[in-house]
Design a protein around this ligand. Sequence first.
Ligand code: SF4
Length: 711
Amino acid sequence: MTQTRNAWTKSTCAYCGVGCGIEAQIKADGELSIRGDQSHPANFGNLCSKGLALGETVSHQGRLLHPSIDGIEQSWPTALDHVATQFSKTIEEFGPESVAFYVSGQLLTEDYYVANKLMKGFIGSGNIDTNSRLCMSSSVAGHKRAFGTDTVPGCYEDFDTAEMVIITGSNLAWCHPILFQRLKKQKEQRDNLFIVVIDPRETDTCSIADLHLAINPETDVQLFNGLLSYLVEHKKIDQQYIDAHSEGFASALASAQKDASSLEQMASALGINQDDLSSFYAHFANTEKTLTIYSQGVNQSMQGSNKVNSIINCHIATGRIGKPGMGPFSITGQPNAMGGREVGGLSNTLAAHMEFGDQQAHQAISDFWQTDNLATKPGLKAVDLFDAMHDGKIKAVWIIATNPVVSLPNSNKIIAALQKCPLVVVSDCIENTATAEYADVLLPAQGWSEKSGTVTNSERRISRQRRLLPSPGVAKADWWIISEVAKRMGFKEAFDYLHEGEIFTEFAKMTTLNNEDGQARDLNLIGLTQLDGKGYSRLKPQQWPVTELQTETVQQRFFANKQFFTPSKKVQFIAVSIDAKKQISEKTQSNYPMILNSGRIRDQWHTMTRTGLSSRLGAHITEPFVAIHPDDAVPLDIKEHNLVVVKNDKGSMLVRALLTKQQAPGQLFTPIHWNKQTAKSANVCNLANDDTDPLSGQPALKSSQVNIDKW
Ligand code: SF4
């Protein structure tokens, strides 16, 4: 049901992992007015430029309107029959490991849940992975190693009470603006707040920093290992906490001390001033309420998981976890990366925070879904999945709400993989995406404001997205499309959903399946298990665990009770050390001496299919660029606005040069947004590094080795 004119309807922003609540009103001309939801605990009525412009981006321009097979328009029944038949045939001939789903943090939790249920529960393969692999999987791996489960311990309220905030690997000001504004307000109001930004670039986030550590790329583990050694040396650890509640301290410390040298040597290796390093360590040592916020600069690395654990180690050593104003805090990139992690959208998780290899969980899920075909081993992670497709092992793929040709690294290889795959099905809102060009079957999906369901933000808060407007053509909800294919594959009863509320309630019930010891899991939605029907439609933002249905805003932290989800119930230190081979790619440096970093700009989102429709947002930065330090530009005769070619052995891009001392010498930065559709020559994924973190499988998108020349 769409909403009536004049009423203000609560929903959630389409973009980043802050998960801001919005209110939308349909105007007389059918367009949307948008304002912040003052009652939403993520943003209290505030919205950034992208959120405020949501009404300007609701357009039918460029939308995929009808299903098609080989370019010929088809009815829904014909298209769904075709997809189901072709997947079934492929599985019959080549087995369940020959098919795959590649999904997205843009999906709603209900969509994600049915996709995971179909692939892992009924097709019997683990081959469903998500573009969240590119975004947060190193944090997931780090959380699981330390806490025994993928749990973000804190809540946004910690931003208001921390006395030291470390922002590392994140341009919070542009990528998570409402959290940045929240912190900025605190900085203006409190003299006792010390903010450190750790970033090779001098970004807008540095405007609120007391200290900016522009460390050399990929030296984060060394920085935090040095901190752990410093804390021990200066007797600033919480020995009682370590002894009573943790394991692995001695080996983590030994590893850290192996990497730690004198402050002078350490500062030199990190590429920063010794006094600054000393100041950072001393402030951490002496400030109890310390919060470490981190994002893609930490995760998108060949040693992303180790970076995450090097941060967590320092918080465990000081007992600063699960208490107000302190803890490690991973900020997610996409609106529902967290919801996807919850249901099991990553190929190496079974479902609802239950893992492969846990026999009791396997049996419980099999019983719950009433299937005897539940996958028994992890599937392929994103980069490996497309490699397997390239090698001819994946023979049918369904890509849902994502555009891997312009978001996965090494685009040319992704294109070759899709060309080799006998069946490529793409569900999307947009007609002419770079990936749609290689699809055999196109299925039109509803977009933000047309679909209804839930998302989970960075502080584990589940909020409703609501349907506001009718969808164009015959576009359908992703959960409906997936369920209809599942029914046609012979799984009618398991996918016979009437509406998304039924799916959410089933998912909530799944989170109540017991642990081996009969205790509740971290992801416990028992309070939401009665929500089908009207209860679901009235769901207010709730932070998990939801042990009872809350009517008031509740801020919850994990691990205040010092009980973790590891077998011993103790938190785990992880021994991590500098891996010289992973600090920079092993590929030859002489041909490609520059390190290319990439990321978001303030007013655009991913491939700009939505934000690109707003001229107001487009006015911020109008064209793609590569930022270069003047000292690197002068010998190459590169001047401001010159066209330059950035290239390596994977590909090249042609963009304008932006000369700035905010960029460190030897390093370049380019936005991720422009691509084959919006600026053919400027797709950074053409040359992005596809080396991955061995544990998380996350590609090292921020350290591609390239050279640059004037065009
Ligand atoms: Fe939307 Fe993120 Fe901006 Fe909030 S901070 S309005 S969720 S883009």
